[in-house]
Design a protein around this ligand. Structure first.
Ligand code: NAP
Length: 290
């Protein structure tokens, strides 16, 4: 049995390891967030950053599966390539086409993707009980957009509209959502008139582009005048914690959802997969944003 404690758990032969495979990892909040959570629940786990090159990924993944690891996270640039190194892949991760969490049970590895679930939980924590019957506009069509779009389709969003700088990628993503998820997605070309039109029927606006990320703090993916009060406005950029887009939305009276929420809840979902325990989300949030 474990208890809530502030004492670090000593590392011994029973310690379960978890880690983060990626390169570079200098900026990652995950080790601090997870180690603080293990410590708070008195769990004998330790989270390690493991920088690994693309050439060495398969060898490292095979070695880890033979060690005392409960699993690991995977980040840029390995989220797609790791899929070739695993024994099985969860259907949602398969539809997304990328894995960010691996569990190891009895030497068998399974890949999951908790990014979209993390976003959905952050939305819920901000007071949006469900995306069912909701219309969503996603700005961007990269890896994070893919995870969010597939997850929200899976959770019953009525309509998902995707708008991206490279328009063909928006159409590709909407086609994949319709074919591998549920028939609910479409794309629109970039441009204020198209955006204004789409926003009239939108409940939830989500920025998944990197626009607004530090040091471009003053940039926004959408003109200020297009933000309307009825929208729930979400930005998955977490540095700065309150992006320019979110500041404007807040000033206009919109409900806002910050990127830190997704970061914490995707980590919480990974934590639950490894330990079988509910994650201490407030402690994890405090570890990355005191
Ligand atoms: P990605 O796969 O590289 O996708 C980047 C997206 O941003 C693409 O749609 C790209 O459009 C668009 N974009 C980039 N620069 C742009 C510009 N100057 N003008 C217009 N569009 C631009 O990256 P990702 O993994 O999806 O991550 C995207 C952002 O989300 C990053 O800031 C990342 O830190 C953040 N993120 C946050 C969390 C979280 O937990 N909160 C999780 C994952 C990612 P093109 O297709 O035209 O290139």
């Amino acid at each position: 049995m474990s208890t809530t404690t502030d004492r670090p758990t000593p590392i011994d032969t029973r310690t379960k390891l978890v880690g983060l495979l990626g390169r570079p990892l200098g900026h990652s909040f995950s080790p601090a967030m997870h180690n603080r959570a293990f410590q708070a629940l008195g769990l004998n786990y330790c989270y390690l950053p493991i920088e690994v090159t693309t050439e060495d990924l398969a060898t490292v993944a095979a070695g880890i599966a033979k060690m005392n690891f409960a699993g690991y996270n995977v980040t840029i640039p390995h989220k797609i390539r790791i899929m070739d190194c695993l024994d099985s892949i969860d259907p949602l991760a398969q539809a997304i086409g990328a894995v960010n969490t691996v569990t190891i049970r009895n030497g068998r590895t399974t890949g999951f993707n908790t990014d979209g679930i993390g976003f959905a939980h952050a939305l819920e924590a901000a007071g949006e009980s469900s995306v069912e019957n909701k219309s969503v506009l996603i700005l961007g069509a990269g890896g994070a957009a893919r995870a969010i779009a597939m997850t929200l389709a899976d959770q019953g969003a009525t309509r998902i509209v995707i708008c991206n700088r490279t328009e063909s990628k928006a159409w590709d993503l909407s086609r994949d959502v319709n074919q591998q998820g549920r028939e609910c997605a479409t794309a629109i070309p970039l441009g204020a008139a198209n955006m204004a039109n789409a926003l009239q029927d939108t409940d939830i606006l989500i920025n998944t582009t990197s626009i607004g990320m530090h040091p471009q703090d003053q940039q926004s993916p959408i003109a200020n005048r297009l933000i309307q009060r009825h929208l729930v406005v979400c930005d998955i950029v977490y540095n700065p914690p309150l992006t320019h887009l979110l500041k404007v939305a807040q000033e206009k009276g919109c409900r806002i959802v910050r990127g830190i929420g997704m970061l914490v809840y995707q980590g919480a979902a990974s934590f639950q997969l490894w330990t079988g325990r509910d994650a201490p989300v407030d402690i994890m949030r405090h570890a990355i944003h005191p």
